[in-house]
Design a protein around this ligand. Structure first.
Ligand code: ATP
Length: 296
Protein backbone atom coordinates (compact mmCIF):
# COMPACT_ATOMS: atom_id res chain seq x y z
CA UNK A 1 0.00 0.00 0.00
CA UNK A 2 1.20 3.51 -0.79
CA UNK A 3 2.27 5.28 2.40
CA UNK A 4 2.15 8.71 0.80
CA UNK A 5 -1.00 10.78 0.47
CA UNK A 6 0.61 13.42 -1.69
CA UNK A 7 3.48 13.03 -4.14
CA UNK A 8 4.72 15.98 -6.17
CA UNK A 9 7.56 15.67 -8.66
CA UNK A 10 9.30 18.50 -10.47
CA UNK A 11 6.12 20.52 -10.86
CA UNK A 12 6.33 23.62 -13.04
CA UNK A 13 3.82 26.36 -13.74
CA UNK A 14 4.18 29.70 -15.49
CA UNK A 15 1.71 32.48 -16.18
CA UNK A 16 2.93 34.13 -19.38
CA UNK A 17 6.54 35.12 -18.81
CA UNK A 18 6.34 34.63 -15.04
CA UNK A 19 7.56 31.30 -13.67
CA UNK A 20 5.52 30.70 -10.51
CA UNK A 21 6.49 27.09 -9.71
CA UNK A 22 10.00 26.22 -10.79
CA UNK A 23 10.38 22.48 -10.26
CA UNK A 24 8.66 21.71 -6.94
CA UNK A 25 9.00 18.20 -5.48
CA UNK A 26 7.66 16.97 -2.14
CA UNK A 27 6.01 14.00 -0.44
CA UNK A 28 3.49 13.90 2.38
CA UNK A 29 3.00 10.75 4.46
CA UNK A 30 -0.54 9.60 5.20
CA UNK A 31 -2.12 11.00 8.36
CA UNK A 32 0.47 13.74 8.84
CA UNK A 33 0.35 17.53 8.69
CA UNK A 34 2.54 19.15 6.05
CA UNK A 35 3.09 22.92 6.08
CA UNK A 36 4.15 24.84 3.01
CA UNK A 37 5.69 27.99 4.37
CA UNK A 38 6.27 31.01 2.19
CA UNK A 39 5.77 34.76 1.85
CA UNK A 40 3.14 36.48 -0.30
CA UNK A 41 3.47 35.56 -3.94
CA UNK A 42 5.76 32.54 -3.36
CA UNK A 43 3.40 30.26 -5.31
CA UNK A 44 1.60 28.51 -2.43
CA UNK A 45 -1.94 29.00 -3.74
CA UNK A 46 -0.84 28.05 -7.25
CA UNK A 47 0.46 24.72 -5.91
CA UNK A 48 -2.74 24.07 -3.93
CA UNK A 49 -4.79 24.86 -7.05
CA UNK A 50 -2.83 22.28 -9.05
CA UNK A 51 -3.06 19.64 -6.30
CA UNK A 52 -6.80 20.18 -6.00
CA UNK A 53 -7.32 20.01 -9.82
CA UNK A 54 -8.38 23.66 -10.15
CA UNK A 55 -5.40 24.29 -12.42
CA UNK A 56 -3.00 22.15 -14.49
CA UNK A 57 0.78 22.05 -14.27
CA UNK A 58 2.94 22.81 -17.32
CA UNK A 59 5.34 20.02 -16.43
CA UNK A 60 6.03 17.41 -13.74
CA UNK A 61 3.34 15.37 -12.00
CA UNK A 62 1.41 15.16 -8.77
CA UNK A 63 -0.59 12.34 -7.22
CA UNK A 64 -3.13 12.47 -4.43
CA UNK A 65 -3.82 9.12 -2.77
CA UNK A 66 -2.14 7.59 -5.82
CA UNK A 67 -4.36 9.44 -8.33
CA UNK A 68 -2.76 11.73 -10.92
CA UNK A 69 -4.08 15.30 -10.64
CA UNK A 70 -4.31 15.67 -14.42
CA UNK A 71 -5.36 12.21 -15.62
CA UNK A 72 -7.57 11.16 -12.69
CA UNK A 73 -9.25 14.40 -11.69
CA UNK A 74 -12.48 12.84 -10.49
CA UNK A 75 -10.70 10.37 -8.22
CA UNK A 76 -8.59 13.23 -6.85
CA UNK A 77 -11.68 15.34 -6.22
CA UNK A 78 -13.30 12.46 -4.36
CA UNK A 79 -10.20 12.23 -2.14
CA UNK A 80 -9.91 15.85 -1.03
CA UNK A 81 -11.52 18.70 0.87
CA UNK A 82 -10.39 22.24 0.18
CA UNK A 83 -10.66 25.37 2.27
CA UNK A 84 -9.45 28.48 0.52
CA UNK A 85 -8.22 31.84 1.75
CA UNK A 86 -11.65 33.39 1.51
CA UNK A 87 -14.63 31.88 3.26
CA UNK A 88 -16.94 30.31 0.68
CA UNK A 89 -20.08 30.58 2.78
CA UNK A 90 -23.31 32.49 2.20
CA UNK A 91 -23.39 35.51 4.52
CA UNK A 92 -27.15 35.90 4.48
CA UNK A 93 -27.76 32.37 5.74
CA UNK A 94 -27.12 31.15 9.27
CA UNK A 95 -24.20 28.85 10.05
CA UNK A 96 -26.58 25.94 10.42
CA UNK A 97 -28.27 26.69 7.08
CA UNK A 98 -24.89 26.88 5.33
CA UNK A 99 -23.84 23.44 6.57
CA UNK A 100 -27.28 21.98 5.87
CA UNK A 101 -27.16 23.33 2.31
CA UNK A 102 -23.73 21.80 1.70
CA UNK A 103 -24.93 18.45 3.12
CA UNK A 104 -27.87 18.42 0.70
CA UNK A 105 -25.63 19.50 -2.23
CA UNK A 106 -23.30 16.63 -1.33
CA UNK A 107 -26.15 14.15 -1.73
CA UNK A 108 -27.06 13.44 1.91
CA UNK A 109 -30.76 12.85 2.66
CA UNK A 110 -32.59 15.47 4.80
CA UNK A 111 -32.26 13.18 7.87
CA UNK A 112 -28.55 12.52 7.29
CA UNK A 113 -28.03 16.23 6.66
CA UNK A 114 -29.58 17.18 10.00
CA UNK A 115 -27.40 14.67 11.84
CA UNK A 116 -24.19 15.69 10.07
CA UNK A 117 -24.95 19.39 10.58
CA UNK A 118 -25.43 18.89 14.31
CA UNK A 119 -22.15 16.91 14.46
CA UNK A 120 -20.19 19.59 12.62
CA UNK A 121 -21.65 22.48 14.64
CA UNK A 122 -20.48 20.68 17.78
CA UNK A 123 -17.08 19.70 16.38
CA UNK A 124 -16.31 23.26 15.27
CA UNK A 125 -17.65 24.93 18.40
CA UNK A 126 -20.43 26.71 16.53
CA UNK A 127 -23.49 25.44 18.40
CA UNK A 128 -24.28 28.73 20.13
CA UNK A 129 -23.90 30.66 16.85
CA UNK A 130 -25.75 28.10 14.73
CA UNK A 131 -28.90 30.22 14.32
CA UNK A 132 -27.12 33.52 13.66
CA UNK A 133 -26.52 34.94 10.21
CA UNK A 134 -22.94 34.49 9.03
CA UNK A 135 -22.51 38.23 8.40
CA UNK A 136 -22.56 38.71 12.19
CA UNK A 137 -19.75 36.14 12.73
CA UNK A 138 -16.21 37.04 13.81
CA UNK A 139 -13.27 36.13 11.55
CA UNK A 140 -12.51 33.05 13.64
CA UNK A 141 -16.13 31.82 13.56
CA UNK A 142 -16.27 32.25 9.78
CA UNK A 143 -13.05 30.31 9.34
CA UNK A 144 -14.42 27.50 11.53
CA UNK A 145 -17.63 27.47 9.55
CA UNK A 146 -15.71 27.40 6.29
CA UNK A 147 -13.80 24.36 7.54
CA UNK A 148 -17.02 22.67 8.71
CA UNK A 149 -18.63 23.25 5.31
CA UNK A 150 -15.63 21.77 3.49
CA UNK A 151 -15.68 18.68 5.74
CA UNK A 152 -19.33 17.73 5.22
CA UNK A 153 -18.18 14.54 3.52
CA UNK A 154 -15.17 12.76 5.07
CA UNK A 155 -12.19 12.75 2.71
CA UNK A 156 -8.69 11.44 3.39
CA UNK A 157 -6.86 14.66 2.40
CA UNK A 158 -7.57 18.24 3.48
CA UNK A 159 -6.03 21.32 1.85
CA UNK A 160 -6.01 24.48 3.94
CA UNK A 161 -4.82 27.63 2.20
CA UNK A 162 -3.59 30.07 4.86
CA UNK A 163 -6.23 28.96 7.38
CA UNK A 164 -5.42 31.55 10.04
CA UNK A 165 -4.36 34.61 8.05
CA UNK A 166 -6.06 37.67 9.53
CA UNK A 167 -7.18 35.93 12.74
CA UNK A 168 -6.35 37.13 16.24
CA UNK A 169 -4.20 34.98 18.51
CA UNK A 170 -7.10 33.35 20.38
CA UNK A 171 -8.95 32.38 17.18
CA UNK A 172 -5.72 31.18 15.64
CA UNK A 173 -5.03 28.88 18.57
CA UNK A 174 -8.55 27.49 18.59
CA UNK A 175 -8.24 26.71 14.88
CA UNK A 176 -4.90 25.00 15.52
CA UNK A 177 -6.60 22.73 18.05
CA UNK A 178 -9.28 21.85 15.52
CA UNK A 179 -6.66 21.09 12.87
CA UNK A 180 -4.77 18.82 15.29
CA UNK A 181 -8.03 16.99 16.10
CA UNK A 182 -8.61 16.42 12.38
CA UNK A 183 -5.16 14.86 12.18
CA UNK A 184 -6.09 12.55 15.08
CA UNK A 185 -8.97 11.32 12.91
CA UNK A 186 -6.38 10.17 10.36
CA UNK A 187 -6.82 12.97 7.83
CA UNK A 188 -3.72 14.06 5.91
CA UNK A 189 -3.50 17.85 6.07
CA UNK A 190 -1.61 20.05 3.63
CA UNK A 191 -1.61 23.65 4.74
CA UNK A 192 0.00 26.82 3.52
CA UNK A 193 1.04 29.54 5.90
CA UNK A 194 3.11 32.68 6.17
CA UNK A 195 3.71 32.06 9.87
CA UNK A 196 6.71 30.09 11.02
CA UNK A 197 5.08 29.62 14.44
CA UNK A 198 2.02 28.05 12.84
CA UNK A 199 4.10 25.57 10.88
CA UNK A 200 6.08 24.88 14.05
CA UNK A 201 2.97 24.21 16.15
CA UNK A 202 1.16 22.03 13.66
CA UNK A 203 3.37 20.41 11.10
CA UNK A 204 5.19 17.09 11.09
CA UNK A 205 7.10 18.31 8.03
CA UNK A 206 7.69 21.79 6.68
CA UNK A 207 8.84 22.95 3.27
CA UNK A 208 9.85 26.54 2.64
CA UNK A 209 8.76 27.88 -0.75
CA UNK A 210 10.51 30.94 -2.09
CA UNK A 211 10.01 32.30 -5.60
CA UNK A 212 8.58 29.00 -6.78
CA UNK A 213 11.31 26.76 -5.38
CA UNK A 214 11.57 24.68 -2.21
CA UNK A 215 14.57 26.23 -0.49
CA UNK A 216 14.47 24.08 2.64
CA UNK A 217 12.53 21.10 3.93
CA UNK A 218 12.44 19.13 7.14
CA UNK A 219 10.98 19.07 10.62
CA UNK A 220 10.28 22.23 12.62
CA UNK A 221 13.23 21.37 14.87
CA UNK A 222 15.60 21.15 11.91
CA UNK A 223 14.37 24.43 10.51
CA UNK A 224 14.57 26.19 13.85
CA UNK A 225 18.04 24.84 14.52
CA UNK A 226 19.00 26.64 11.36
CA UNK A 227 17.27 29.91 12.23
CA UNK A 228 17.41 29.88 16.04
CA UNK A 229 14.59 29.59 18.57
CA UNK A 230 14.48 33.33 19.31
CA UNK A 231 15.81 36.40 17.59
CA UNK A 232 17.44 39.31 19.40
CA UNK A 233 16.52 42.54 17.68
CA UNK A 234 18.53 45.70 18.33
CA UNK A 235 16.67 48.98 17.83
CA UNK A 236 17.96 52.56 17.77
CA UNK A 237 16.28 55.48 19.53
CA UNK A 238 14.00 55.99 16.51
CA UNK A 239 12.84 52.39 17.04
CA UNK A 240 14.42 51.28 13.77
CA UNK A 241 15.85 47.76 13.66
CA UNK A 242 19.62 48.01 13.32
CA UNK A 243 20.50 44.35 13.68
CA UNK A 244 18.92 40.94 14.24
CA UNK A 245 20.82 38.07 15.81
CA UNK A 246 19.48 34.50 15.93
CA UNK A 247 19.86 32.68 19.26
CA UNK A 248 18.57 29.48 20.81
CA UNK A 249 16.56 31.61 23.26
CA UNK A 250 18.22 30.10 26.35
CA UNK A 251 19.29 32.50 29.12
CA UNK A 252 22.87 31.38 28.59
CA UNK A 253 22.89 32.12 24.85
CA UNK A 254 21.05 35.42 25.16
CA UNK A 255 23.43 36.60 27.89
CA UNK A 256 26.47 35.54 25.92
CA UNK A 257 25.23 37.29 22.78
CA UNK A 258 24.49 40.49 24.70
CA UNK A 259 27.92 40.38 26.35
CA UNK A 260 29.53 40.10 22.94
CA UNK A 261 27.69 43.04 21.41
CA UNK A 262 27.00 45.35 24.35
CA UNK A 263 30.18 47.41 23.94
CA UNK A 264 29.39 48.00 20.24
CA UNK A 265 25.92 49.44 20.87
CA UNK A 266 25.18 53.12 21.52
CA UNK A 267 23.84 53.55 25.08
CA UNK A 268 20.25 54.16 23.96
CA UNK A 269 20.05 50.92 21.95
CA UNK A 270 17.04 48.81 22.97
CA UNK A 271 16.65 45.08 22.61
CA UNK A 272 13.57 43.05 21.72
CA UNK A 273 13.54 39.27 21.91
CA UNK A 274 11.03 37.64 19.59
CA UNK A 275 10.23 34.50 17.64
CA UNK A 276 11.87 34.20 14.20
CA UNK A 277 9.78 35.62 11.37
CA UNK A 278 9.63 34.54 7.76
CA UNK A 279 12.20 37.22 6.97
CA UNK A 280 14.61 35.67 9.46
CA UNK A 281 14.07 32.24 7.90
CA UNK A 282 14.85 33.54 4.45
CA UNK A 283 17.79 35.57 5.66
CA UNK A 284 19.24 32.52 7.41
CA UNK A 285 18.64 30.32 4.38
CA UNK A 286 19.99 32.73 1.82
CA UNK A 287 23.03 33.80 3.80
CA UNK A 288 23.93 30.15 4.20
CA UNK A 289 23.66 29.82 0.40
CA UNK A 290 21.42 26.86 0.93
CA UNK A 291 19.33 26.71 -2.15
CA UNK A 292 17.40 23.45 -2.03
CA UNK A 293 18.96 22.50 1.31
CA UNK A 294 17.55 19.43 2.99
CA UNK A 295 17.44 20.02 6.71
CA UNK A 296 15.95 16.65 7.51
N1 ATP B 1 -4.14 33.01 -12.77
C1 ATP B 1 -3.02 33.74 -12.71
N2 ATP B 1 -2.61 34.50 -13.73
C2 ATP B 1 -1.47 35.22 -13.68
N3 ATP B 1 -0.65 35.24 -12.61
C3 ATP B 1 -1.01 34.52 -11.54
C4 ATP B 1 -2.20 33.72 -11.53
N4 ATP B 1 -2.28 33.09 -10.33
C5 ATP B 1 -1.19 33.49 -9.61
N5 ATP B 1 -0.43 34.33 -10.34
C6 ATP B 1 0.84 34.94 -9.90
O1 ATP B 1 1.65 33.91 -9.39
C7 ATP B 1 2.39 34.38 -8.26
C8 ATP B 1 2.20 33.43 -7.09
O2 ATP B 1 0.85 33.54 -6.64
P1 ATP B 1 0.24 32.62 -5.50
O3 ATP B 1 -1.15 33.12 -5.23
O4 ATP B 1 0.42 31.20 -5.86
O5 ATP B 1 1.19 32.97 -4.27
P2 ATP B 1 0.99 32.69 -2.75
O6 ATP B 1 2.28 32.14 -2.25
O7 ATP B 1 -0.22 31.88 -2.52
O8 ATP B 1 0.79 34.13 -2.16
P3 ATP B 1 -0.43 34.72 -1.31
O9 ATP B 1 -0.08 34.40 0.09
O10 ATP B 1 -0.33 36.18 -1.61
O11 ATP B 1 -1.68 34.09 -1.82
C9 ATP B 1 1.94 35.80 -7.99
O12 ATP B 1 2.88 36.69 -8.55
C10 ATP B 1 0.63 35.90 -8.74
O13 ATP B 1 0.41 37.20 -9.19
Amino acid sequence: MNTYSIEVSNLRKSFGEQTVLDGVSLIVAKGTIFALLGPNGAGKTTLIHILSTLSEPDDGFARIEGHDVVYARNEVRRSISLTGQFAAVDEVLTGQENIMMMCRLSGLTPGESRLRTAELLKQFDLESAAGKRVKTYSGGMRRRLDLAVSLVVNRPVLFLDEPTTGLDTVSRRSLWEIILRLKEQGITIFLTTQYLEEADQLADEIAVLSAGRIVAAGTAEALKAHVGGEVIELRNRLDEVIRTIPTSGSVHDVRQTLNEIAHLCPPDTRIVIRKPSMDDVFLALTTAHQKEASLA
